[in-house]
Unconditional design. Structure first.
Length: 281
């Protein structure tokens, strides 16, 4: 019986590791292939026979992308829009999440459900109303207007995630601070937010990644190089009679560098924030 259980456990372990390896290959494989494409010469990319590994390494695609296109401007636009989106969500969403977590006001449940409904709607249905609003208030084709548009569908996600972290913060500590003379806002900034800071960082990272990679809104709400973001810029490189695979692959690799750097900086805090809401207390 013991040998049977040991054999069954070994089989499940092997199967688990095999599944994880397959999933890792599926996730990492496209990134590796994109990188290999970005350092290939044109003859290895456009060829009848598949060339898996470069016969000659070159960074010509990166040089051409950086010097002969507007890609640096597109990256800066994406950085500005992402920063503004995170800042708006942080300033407004933190107060909203705290209110939903600590107050039982009339219409609270209905408002939270409304936030979910906003997330359930396809983004394409929001483009025409947002386009009309942005045009009327003069924010069309601007980084500020694009950040406001991103906030319209990312703020509900921010509020729902952060509310869960605020719910996990002990109310007794906040009550003790109130008894010692602190105001409600003071207790929030001195007690609740420091306790939930890991969750706050994790929420901001999710919002930042969503804003950094967004394509549809950026395509429809921007028309000039001064406000377009990098996903739109890469798509516009595809012409009717040309497809610069090397430059597209190089742009894809450069675009993921900020995300990798961000994860490297906040990795421990983000993991702690994600797991913090699993156990209350």
């Amino acid at each position: 019986m013991a040998q049977t259980r040991s054999g069954s456990k070994l089989l499940w372990d092997v199967l688990s590791y095999a599944i994880m390896i397959v999933l890792a290959i599926i996730c990492i494989g496209p990134i590796i292939w994109t990188f290999l494409t970005s350092i290939k010469v044109e003859e290895d990319i456009v060829t009848r026979d598949m060339v898996y590994f470069p016969t000659r390494f070159t960074f010509e695609s990166y040089v051409k992308l950086w010097n002969q296109s507007s890609y640096p401007v597109l990256l800066m636009n994406s950085l500005v829009v992402t920063s503004l989106t995170v800042l708006i969500c942080l300033l407004t969403g933190t107060i909203a999440a705290y209110s939903f977590s600590r107050f039982n006001f009339k219409g609270r449940t209905q408002l939270m459900l409304a936030y979910l409904v906003v997330r359930m709607f396809p983004a394409v249905l929001m483009i025409i109303p947002l386009f009309i609003v942005m045009r009327n208030i003069g924010l069309l084709d601007s980084t500020v207007g694009l950040a406001v548009a991103y906030t319209s569908f990312l703020l509900p996600l921010f509020v729902w995630m952060l509310k869960g972290f605020f719910d996990a913060a002990p109310k007794e500590l906040e009550s003790a601070a109130r008894i010692d003379g602190s105001t409600r806002i003071g207790a929030m900034f001195r007690i609740v937010i420091p306790i939930a800071r890991n969750g706050l960082v994790a929420t901001c990272v999710f919002v930042a990644i969503a804003a950094w990679n967004e394509y549809l809104f950026a395509l429809m709400l921007t028309t000039s190089q001064g406000s377009r973001t990098w996903p739109v810029g890469l798509q516009l490189m595809v012409g009717e009679f040309q497809l610069p695979w090397g430059m597209l692959a190089a742009g894809g690799m450069i675009s993921i560098l900020p995300v990798i750097i961000l994860f490297a900086i906040v990795q421990r805090v983000m993991i702690a924030g994600i797991t913090a809401g699993a156990v209350k207390g």
